[in-house]
Design a protein around this ligand. Structure first.
Ligand code: NAD
Ligand code: DAU
Length: 339
């Protein structure tokens, strides 16, 4: 079985490659990645020399390049992680989000149609459902919840989902879609809440909490997400959407305080800054369907996962310090300078 894993030099894609290498050493994996600011080849060092692994630098929105790789390699399965993934960046500059997340997905779907595929899996997000109010803890996102996006990022991800459904219905393409909640764990780029707060706290820098920090996210350890995708790929039914989440809702401010405590840093570092435009209030996944259909349940409790994650950032300073010392500085100044 030959897999294309797009976006495999990023956070979840690399964790997925490691997971699959361990679980299915008989599979051949080819990572396709453009290596944007969020992609890091050093992350893939543990698999780079393996016989059954190959890395190809390519933009998924480059039709010609994608077509030639499909022609040569003829993959059985495509798992599409490649995306512009940061909401704040999409608010600054939506264009590249449409290019990669929508056009890139279409290019991949067209190649799958042309060369044939056993499965195309789209890695989507719970953000396609919009948000839930804080005063209705009884409400959750199910697979039937209407798409109702807030940011240019989520709009681009929802558009990609709609394209996948259209290619399934119109051309019979064997697609599946998963919509996961917020992931955390090793190799997450330090622009996202948890690694940014860990990096800043370790440097005794202010911890920028948007608004009042009351927004709620539903956190899942990245390996549990990878396990869910593996199960989805193993079952035969196509055209199906799966929500992935572990009922682990937390307010941002509580996460930041927990990180301060774990690193023995004062809460005085917390700085309330101007809120994100259109900031989604609460995400909460109902994972009943994937649990009942595929038997999936998250294995890592948040208390353990967050300690493991903090320890990973302490043990891998070289990985993230290089990132935060480079071009990222300019980004940080632009996004947080006058907030
Ligand atoms: P990430 O930003 O860490 O990594 C994205 C990867 O895609 C990078 O390696 C980047 O180089 C690559 N990439 C970007 N544009 C590309 C292009 N045009 N062609 C080829 N490669 C390109 O993202 P992530 O957090 O690992 O997210 C992976 C996927 O999972 C995304 O589709 C995202 O929408 C989805 N998702 C993320 C989360 C989360 O909490 N991080 C939750 C649910 C779903
Ligand atoms: O829900 C899944 C989504 O989770 C994925 O689809 C996205 O790719 C991923 O980036 C993530 O989106 P969020 O916007 O929820 O993640 P982020 O880490 O950017 O922010 C989490 C919360 O923390 C959010 O309410 C905004 C807040 N925040 C974030 C940053 C970076 C802060 O308060 N301060 C910050 O500096």
């Amino acid at each position: 079985m030959k897999f294309f894993v797009t976006g495999g030099a990023g956070f979840i894609g690399s964790n997925f490659i490691f997971y699959m290498e361990k679980k299915h050493p008989e599979y051949e994996i080819i990572c396709l990645d453009k290596l944007t600011y969020a992609g890091n080849l050093a992350t893939l060092a543990p698999v780079m020399e393996k016989q059954n692994f190959k890395f190809v630098r390519v933009d998924i929105a480059d039709r010609e390049a994608v077509s030639s790789i499909f022609e040569v390699e003829k993959p059985d399965v495509v798992v599409n992680f490649a995306a512009e993934s940061h909401v704040d960046r999409s608010i600054e500059d939506p264009g590249v989000f449409l290019q990669t997340n929508v056009i890139g997905t279409q290019v991949l779907l067209d190649a799958c149609r042309k060369y044939g595929i056993r499965r195309y899996h789209q890695v989507s997000t719970d953000e396609v459902y919009g948000d839930l109010p804080l005063d209705r803890p009884d409400l959750f996102f199910t697979e039937q919840t209407p798409l109702h996006t807030s940011s240019p990022y989520s709009a681009s991800k929802a558009s990609a989902d709609l394209l996948c459904n259209a290619y399934h219905r119109t051309y019979g393409l064997p697609i599946t879609i998963s919509r996961c909640s917020n992931n955390y764990g090793p190799y997450q780029f330090p622009e996202k809440l948890i690694p940014l707060m860990i990096a800043n706290a370790l440097a005794d820098k202010p911890l920028p909490v948007y608004g009042q920090g009351l927004n709620v996210r539903d956190w899942l350890y990245v390996e549990d997400h990878c396990a869910a995708i593996d199960l989805i790929l193993e079952q035969e039914e196509i055209g199906q959407v799966y929500n992935i989440g572990g009922h682990n809702e937390m307010r941002n401010i509580d996460i930041v305080k927990l990180i301060c405590k774990a690193l023995d840093k004062p809460e005085g570092l917390i700085t309330y800054v101007t809120d994100r435009k259109g900031h989604d209030m609460r995400y909460a996944i109902d994972p009943t369907f994937i649990h009942e259909k595929l038997g999936w349940l998250p294995e890592t409790k948040f208390e353990d996962g967050i300690q493991k994650t903090i320890q990973w950032y302490l043990d891998h300073r070289d990985w993230w310090e290089e990132i935060v010392s480079g071009a990222y500085q300019t980004y940080y100044e632009r996004m947080y300078g006058n907030r």
